[in-house]
Design a binder for this molecule. Structure first.
Ligand SMILES: Nc1nc2c(ncn2[C@@H]2O[C@H](COP(=O)(O)OP(=O)(O)OP(=O)(O)O)[C@@H](O)[C@H]2O)c(=O)[nH]1
Length: 378
């Protein structure tokens, strides 16, 4: 089958270059993608054998043409021409239904396919007016065919006629179920993906600012102990200015990787903006959080960033630590961690600050580290 279809595919590829889909069309694309496969399976396992068994050469020929047209429609759909593809599919389904009604008349279940064409029309990417036009057109043709031939399908023996009715009923029911299940699956997947996009930073994959602040708010509301870390990459502008924005982007991902490796699953890491990150460490007091922050700082400075074409760069981060009991509310807590981060920057960078800036403990902590000149090439 693939051997026959490949030259046709190549021809279509030349005639119809792949069209990029705008995001709002993606839902239709995914919903309908499997529909073509379902139609192909229905032709192969149901309609072609049925008309072959019934000995109807005309309907067997229509089924074979229908199979070929559906394969073409699927390819057109995959290239991004969704409306043309679905019109082709609906057109073929209508021809098929009308031919079967003409040969076997009403009461054999072929008219049930009208409901399927309606379902496909309304879940398709066709614009609203075209949907009305197509559904009215198919309804008129079906009604006209039924009125014209009435219940004339006398050429089947009663037992066979009942068997055909049962097969059609079963096929249409299964197709309805499968299509509705597909729709449900697509909706679920899209919801998960939209929720992920809404809450995560596209570059690094960690929470975005809004979701991160929500997580801090939730932690504060829960009342269980936690610590807040604000982290900022030192002299990041120099990376962009010296090695380019792409290299800067990869450096951000490299730092996030280091941070992730040293945080637990229950901790939250988010991008606060630019090269600044925020982390919530669940169940930790300030001293424990200082220990984690020192580990994060050491991991970033000890793990060289291998660039693609500029050798190895050493990066460093400065970190501010604060806990809820030091602040009246969420804004004050974030502001305190931020103040401490900038205290760490002012005292030389590549440092952790978790105490009041003027306190002896803060001065002691600041003395711990050598002065940093990040980023440096090593
Ligand atoms: N490549 C890249 N750069 C970014 C992104 N977001 C922000 N930046 C850059 O990060 C740099 C931040 O520079 P500054 O705020 O001056 O800070 P810095 O150079 O890190 O200096 P200090 O924070 O004082 O150590 C700016 O050049 C921004 O353009 C991003 O998503 N990708």
């Amino acid at each position: 089958m693939r051997g026959i279809f490949r030259p046709l595919q190549a021809r279509l590829a030349r005639m119809l270059p792949v069209r990029a889909l705008p995001p709002e069309r993606q839902r239709y694309f995914h919903t309908l993608s499997r529909l073509y496969l379902i139609a192909i399976i229905t032709y192969v396992v149901d309609l072609i054998p049925l008309f072959w068994l019934l000995g109807s050469r005309r309907l067997l020929a229509v089924s074979l043409v229908g199979l070929a047209v559906t394969l073409v429609a699927r390819e057109i759909h995959r290239r991004g021409y969704m409306s043309s593809a679905v019109l082709l599919l609906l057109g073929m389904m209508t021809v098929h239904m009308l031919s079967a009604l003409q040969v076997y008349g009403s009461g054999r279940g072929f008219e049930l396919y009208f409901a399927l064409t309606l379902l496909i029309t309304y879940i398709s990417a066709l614009d609203q007016r075209l949907k009305w036009l197509v559904s009215t057109g198919v309804l008129t043709l079906t009604a006209w065919q039924l009125v014209r031939d009435g219940a004339s399908g006398g050429m089947l023996a009663p037992g066979v006629a009942n068997a055909v009715l049962v097969v059609n009923l079963a096929t249409v029911s299964v197709l309805f179920g499968v299509i509705l299940r597909q729709l449900e699956g697509v909706t679920e997947r899209l919801e998960v993906s939209y929720r992920r996009q809404a809450n995560h930073d596209a570059l690094t994959g960690v929470y975005n600012r809004r979701a991160a602040l929500k997580a801090v708010e939730r932690a504060q509301f829960d009342g269980a102990p936690f610590a807040l870390l604000m982290l900022d990459i030192d002299h990041f502008k120099r990376i962009n200015d010296t090695y380019g924005h792409k290299c800067g982007d990869r450096a951000l991902c490299h730092v996030v990787e280091c941070l992730r490796l040293n945080l637990r699953d229950e901790d939250m890491l988010g991008r606060y903006g630019g090269e600044e990150f925020i982390a919530v460490l669940q169940g930790m007091d300030r001293e424990e959080a200082m220990g984690v922050a020192r580990r994060l700082r050491a991991c970033v400075s000890d793990t060289p960033y291998e660039t693609q074409s500029h050798g190895t760069l050493s990066l460093t981060v400065s970190i501010g630590v604060a806990v809820p009991r030091e602040a009246a509310d969420l804004d004050a807590l974030v502001a305190l961690a931020d103040q401490r981060l900038y205290a760490a920057k002012r005292s030389g960078r590549n440092r952790v600050c978790g105490h009041d800036i003027e306190s002896p403990a803060a001065r002691e902590a600041m003395r711990e580290m050598p002065l940093a000149f990040a980023p440096s090439r090593s």
